[in-house]
Design a protein around this ligand. Structure first.
Ligand code: AHR
Length: 512
């Protein structure tokens, strides 16, 4: 019985049809580039059930919670070592007025969330609640300011409210609302998607506004955030070009957004589940474009900012599918499958490669929205395949990038589309150990990979493997553990490792 099951799994994972081995040579001598842990950052917007129900249930809820934040979701996020949370938007940020979200919850104004479904926003989650969440997670904070319907004054006052130490009226107001010590604001952005929902601006116009407004954003020296300018998206490099040419102070990074749409089309994006193989390969093609987009922006910035003072933060990325039938289209709720885990891992490998400029990225979004880590249904919760990919990659947080040569990689092809079947990344973890991440994007064929270390012998590899029987293998509330990582180990022979990577899989191993 056991043999039959193993064989069935092997067939399902494509172990039947392995091809000639790809070669990986890793230089175990770590270079200077650190894979900043904030590359694994998360985005939580006031959108659909992303915050309300998804994480926040309020202190009086029957769902067990800490200060209103649900315990099951909190402990899953802690296990993920979430390094940073971006809040409150997104498009929402440019219509968010911070004064609506302070003071007794019962007296906070109820607004309409005009961006996301037109639903009522009761402002139960505001500044204090957000910082409590970050403190509970041990995460850094990224606050996105309102340039759209707000003003320089409103942002300046919000910063004073959050960071002032003395007895100014705003510092006193913060104390009255229950917080004596200033909050630690690690990152602050001036608007979001200034080219679109943030105000339909040109980069030149926004650059001027940015310079004007940031002149008045002041904080104590020991609590100064990194300042982020709203940048471009997709193939656009003009925002990085104009901003890094025009703005010479108070700009630590330019942001960038890129979403993977399986069909590359906002009108018909493609479903989250039960998609054809054509959607699988085009999702991979669309995802891998991230590499070129970052490269092109870096090429621009290497000219305008050769000292690399300004970072390039991909502060929104992830898959975006057609709305699920029966869901509010404004809530951007979607299921999450093995395909999403593969997309996440491909993006991680790309981000590692560009970690000299890309020191932060935020997946959109943390819970119940777009490519989420966690889905909830009232008191139930499930971990998605994307969650598992994030957890497998934890050793890469703050690791040192290792040079890696990848050769003889077969192509995975379907009709006119083709991509390299394997993606790889290696790093020396903070614990001094060597970690290797591999992705096999081919949904049919297993891949053999030979791993060698430059100047050293390998003895074994141990880690975790994520794969599934189908391209859309996923977890449901009825079966929350259908897809999860399994232990993986392999021994070397003559100093070389021969790894068998099942079809459509993600593998992270520690190599010794
Ligand atoms: O993540 C959803 C939305 O996508 C964000 O609010 C916006 O910035 C982007 O267009």
């Amino acid at each position: 019985m056991r043999l039959v099951r193993t064989a069935t799994l092997a067939l399902a994972a494509g172990l039947c049809c392995s091809v000639a081995a790809s070669q990986i040579e890793i230089d175990p001598k770590a270079g200077e580039t650190v894979i900043h842990r904030n590359i694994y950052g998360q985005f939580a917007e006031h959108l659909g059930r992303g915050i309300y129900e998804g994480i926040w249930v309020g202190p009086d809820s029957a769902i067990p919670n800490t200060k209103g934040w649900r315990n099951d979701v909190l402990s899953a996020l802690k296990a993920l070592k979430v390094p940073l949370v971006r809040w409150p938007g997104g498009c929402f940020a440019d219509e968010y007025h911070w004064r609506d979200g302070i003071g007794p919850r019962a007296s906070r104004p109820v607004k309409l969330n005009t961006n996301w479904g037109g639903v009522e926003e009761n402002n139960a989650v505001g500044t204090h609640e957000f910082f409590e969440l970050a403190e509970l997670l041990g995460a850094q904070t990224y606050v996105n300011g309102n340039l759209g319907t707000g003003s320089g004054r409103e942002m300046a006052e919000w910063l004073e409210y959050m960071t002032a130490e003395g007895n100014s009226t705003l510092a006193q107001l913060r104390r009255q609302n229950g917080r004596d010590k200033p909050f630690k604001v690690d990152y602050f952005a001036v608007g979001n998607e200034a080219w679109g929902c943030g105000g339909n601006m040109t980069p030149e116009y926004y650059s001027n506004l940015y310079k004007q407004v940031t002149t008045f954003l002041k904080t104590p020296a020991n609590n100064t955030p990194k300042w982020i300018a709203s940048g471009g998206h997709s193939e656009d490099t003009r925002w990085a070009q104009v901003l890094t040419t025009e703005v010479k102070q108070k700009m630590d990074a330019v942001s960038f957004h890129y979403y993977t749409l399986p069909r590359g089309n906002w009108e018909v994006k493609g479903p989250a589940l039960q998609f054809p193989e054509q959607d699988w390969i085009s999702t991979m093609v669309q995802t891998l474009k991230m590499d070129g987009f970052i490269r092109n922006n870096k090429a621009v910035m290497d000219k305008t900012d050769p000292e690399k003072k300004v970072g390039f933060y991909v502060d929104e990325w992830g898959t975006w599918y057609d709305t699920e039938p029966g869901q509010n289209p404004g809530f951007l709720y979607q299921q999450n499958s093995l395909r999403d885990a593969v997309v996440a891992a491909l993006n991680f490998n790309i981000f590692h490669q560009h970690a000299d400029r890309v020191q932060m990225t935020n997946i959109a979004q943390m819970v119940n929205v777009l490519q989420a880590m966690i889905l909830t249904d009232k008191d139930k919760m499930l971990l998605t395949p994307t969650y598992h990919a994030f957890q497998m990659y934890v050793p890469f947080q703050d690791a040192r990038l290792l040079a890696l040569k990848l050769q003889d990689v077969p192509q995975y092809q379907l009709k006119e589309m083709s991509v390299a079947a394997i993606s790889a990344s290696a790093a020396q973890g903070k614990d001094g150990k060597l970690y290797l991440a591999l992705v096999n994007v081919d949904p049919h064929k297993a891949q053999a990979v030979t791993v060698t270390l430059k100047g050293q012998k390998v003895s074994k590899a141990q880690g975790q493997l994520l794969t599934g029987a189908a391209m859309d293998s996923h977890n449901t509330f009825a079966k929350p553990d259908s897809i999860q990582p399994v232990p993986f180990s392999a021994s070397a022979s003559q100093g070389k490792l021969q790894l068998q990577l099942p079809a459509k899989s993600v593998l992270v191993v520690q190599v010794q």
